[in-house]
Design a protein around this ligand. Structure first.
Ligand SMILES: NC(=O)c1ccc[n+]([C@@H]2O[C@H](COP(=O)([O-])OP(=O)(O)OC[C@H]3O[C@@H](n4cnc5c(N)ncnc54)[C@H](O)[C@@H]3O)[C@@H](O)[C@H]2O)c1
Length: 150
């Protein structure tokens, strides 16, 4: 069995950039992405639908990388008002937005053959519509800053 490559330290590649990561509470891909963004020098807003786990994760990140570089707000990406509040926080805390990681998504809670329409609609609302909502909010901010095409 081959050994994994060594973990590389940050190179400051995102120094001064402002990033937002959805579904970033805990030990999953979102949490790891937020950590790497911070290692590369970015300021990061983390969010998740699970408020308690988000608070714990954000506190760990703030301890490791500095409270001035980490902010957090619970956000269920299926709720437009919560998405708007999240992007408002990025603006308020970091003044601009450079990077959005649309990590929130569900694979479904049942095998396809057993899945109800309701369960499938939930998959789509988090994974597809949630990504749309956050991307739309991001582009509006980026365009206002003169930073996004289209
Ligand atoms: N882990 C994998 O092998 C894998 C493979 C393919 C795709 N993905 C996708 O990558 C992403 C992260 O996967 P993971 O394994 O790290 O997930 P995870 O299960 O570790 O974490 C998912 C997080 O999403 C949050 N969440 C759920 N619904 C939400 C909502 N409506 N709004 C905001 N947050 C919500 C949960 O609270 C949780 O913290 C997901 O979109 C997943 O579908 C993962």
């Amino acid at each position: 069995m081959s050994t994994p490559p060594p973990y590389l330290p940050g190179h400051g590649l995102l120094s001064g950039r402002s990033a937002l990561v959805t579904a970033a509470a805990g030990a999953g891909i979102g949490g790891a992405t937020a950590r790497r963004l911070l290692e590369e020098g970015a300021r990061v807003v983390v969010s998740d639908a699970h408020a308690r786990r988000l608070k714990e994760s954000a506190a760990e990140l703030a301890d490791a990388y500095g409270a001035d570089r980490v902010a957090a707000l619970p956000c269920d990406v299926t709720d437009e008002a919560q998405v708007t509040a999240l992007f408002d926080l990025v603006q308020e805390r970091h003044g601009r937005l450079d990077i959005v990681v649309n990590n929130a998504g569900l694979g479904g809670t049942a095998d396809l053959v057993d899945m109800t329409d309701e369960q499938w609609e939930k998959v789509l609302d988090v994974t597809l519509n949630g990504t749309f909502r956050c991307t739309r909010a991001a582009l509006r901010r980026m365009k206002a800053d003169g930073g996004a095409a289209g």
